[in-house]
Each structure stands twice: as structure tokens, then as C-alpha cells.
Write a protein that binds this ligand. Structure first.
Ligand SMILES: [Zn+2]
Length: 224
């Protein structure tokens, strides 16, 4: 286990490149190839001090906590092409990363509350939340038009600043085909289901595949 309390600026690119290779292997059912591919980031655990994995919608000071509807979050991430509006880096919907953790629970540790020392730093670095462009405390609403995709770590760094006050980078031309590994998601879920490592309820991935608009690829269903 490698304890990580701070991420270098290249972490987003490093993790995204590694996971792209992992996904490519899993899509063709090459679990051992994927295990080799994930080694550069294997076994890391996040022990940094950035609170817990709540969205800004719930942490803006003075704002009433309210849940972000999951369909809205999926809509925002797809619209923003799985790119962080703060750093411009590639990102993922959380369930896609959970699907990789289902296959590699030790290499890519997952904890649903991002417990300190229990979750891989890639969850902080890569998972995109749907964040308010105008903070909830300044009257921003929880509609997709008022939300933007942002890495969890970039989100906590942003605090209550208005996104418009920050430099918004557009690096998507570096990865014109980036889809948040969505096209690999059903195959990764299929491998995880076969191996029997499940972090979540049985309906979790099918629900998110629906929300993210990808066809479910249930190996049991395919045989029927
Ligand atoms: Zn970011």
C-alpha cells in the first residue's frame, strides 16, 4: 500500500492514461493484461486532508443540503464530455471507476464515503461531480444549465468561488475521442460480475448504464 497525501499536477493525466490502457484490456477480456496495465497506480490510498466526498451543492456554507438528482449529474457529465471545467483534464463518472474497482479491489481501492486511507486517490483526482456555476449560496439552482462537470479535488479547491472567476481551460483537443471510458463501461462491469467482486448493490451499474445512455452488457443476459 502506498499512502498519498498530495497529488502532483500530472496525476490526472497519469491516472487517465493508465485507466485507458486498463479499460482497453478489459474490453477484450484480458484481465491479466489489465492487471499489468494498472500496476503504475496500484495500491495507492488517499490520506490527504480534503474532507469527505460531498458535492459542493451540499457543502457550500449556508446552503441547505440537498441531493443532486443522479439523472442531472449524468446529463451534465455527458454534455461536458467528461472534462473538468476547472483544470481542463479528463474525468470519469464515479460508477465507471467503481466498475474498475470491482475488478481490482486491492489495486484500486474504493470506499463509498471516500474514507481517508480507504480509497484510491484516483477517486479524488478523476471522478467528476456536477457543480454549480453559480454557488447554491448565491442562488444557483440544481438544474443542468446551472451545473458544470468538475473533478472532486478541483471542486474542494474551488470552495465557494464562482467558477466564472477561475481560469477555465479547454484541453479537449488533446483527447478528441475521450468519452470518460463510457464505451468500455459495460464490458468492465461484465468482467467484474464474472469475478464476483461487487462494491455495490446489484442494480447499481445497470442503473448508471441507463442514466449514462450505454447499453447494458450482462453476460448472463447475452447467453439467454
Ligand atoms: Zn479538474
Amino acid at each position: 500500500m502506498v499512502l498519498i497525501d498530495q497529488l502532483t499536477p500530472d496525476a490526472v493525466d497519469r491516472y487517465a492514461d493508465t485507466l485507458t490502457a486498463v479499460a482497453a484490456a478489459l474490453v477484450v477480456g484480458d484481465v491479466e493484461g489489465a492487471r499489468s496495465a494498472i500496476q503504475p497506480m496500484a495500491g495507492e490510498r488517499w490520506i490527504g486532508l480534503v474532507g469527505t466526498a460531498r458535492t459542493t451543492a451540499e457543502t457550500v456554507p449556508g446552503a441547505k443540503p440537498r441531493r443532486m438528482p443522479e439523472g442531472v449529474r449524468a446529463e451534465v457529465l455527458i454534455r461536458d464530455r467528461f472534462q473538468c471545467s476547472r483544470c481542463g483534464g479528463r474525468g470519469l463518472a464515479r460508477p465507471v471507476l467503481v466498475a474498475v474497482s470491482d475488478v481490482f479491489p486491492n489495486e484500486l481501492a474504493y470506499h463509498r464515503n471516500y474514507g481517508r486511507g480507504r480509497v484510491h486517490p484516483a477517486y479524488w483526482a478523476l471522478v467528476l461531480e456536477a457543480d454549480h456555476t453559480a454557488p447554491h449560496s448565491r442562488g444557483g439552482s440544481a438544474e443542468a444549465s446551472n451545473l458544470t462537470a468538475m473533478h472532486a479535488l478541483c471542486n474542494t479547491a474551488k470552495a465557494d468561488a464562482d467558477v466564472h472567476e477561475l481560469a477555465v481551460l479547454n484541453r479537449l483537443d488533446e483527447w478528441p475521442d475521450w468519452d470518460g471510458l463510457l464505451s468500455a463501461y459495460p464490458a468492465i462491469v461484465g468482467v467484474g460480475a464474472e469475478l464476483g467482486y461487487r462494491h455495490s448493490a446489484i442494480e447499481y451499474h445497470p442503473k448508471w448504464m441507463r442514466l449514462l445512455g450505454v447499453p447494458a452488457n450482462d453476460p448472463k443476459g447475452a447467453d439467454a
